[in-house]
Design a protein. Sequence first.
Length: 171
Amino acid sequence: MPPGGKRVGAGRPKDSGKFGSETKAIRVPINEVESVLHYVQNKFYRLPLFQHTVSAGYPSPAEDDTEVTLDLNELLIKRPAATFFLKVSGSSMIDAGIHDKDILIVDRSIAPANGKIVIASVNGELTVKRLRCIGKKVQLVAENPSYPPIDITEEMDLRFWGVVTSVIHAV
């Protein structure tokens, strides 16, 4: 028999490994091995998701009903190759629920559009603001009355980095 290939009786018995199911060999770039192992060892980041909602008004009885699990990557990141995170500095977007030191999830594949919260570079400086387009007038608008809108002119270097899809902040 030539070396290599499948041999009868070789390998560990089916479903006996530490993961409790069959495994498959895959090729992983060396620089990603640690992150892939971490991902697998943490059960793919799936956490229990209770099927009942929690009332933000009057209390309602809670039940132990965890029929599904939730992977925050699946929930918050629709296009991983186009997604990045940024940490907020400042309070110009406080009325949009974006606070100092929050983490923004930004998707580069979403086109900036009127009303979207965007990450923009204005003359080389990054900012997070709501995009407002009225006719030919373009503004980056803060969600805090203490900050004036930024009127975009043809002389300015405006580049959009992406659209904010989610905000993560501690309570």
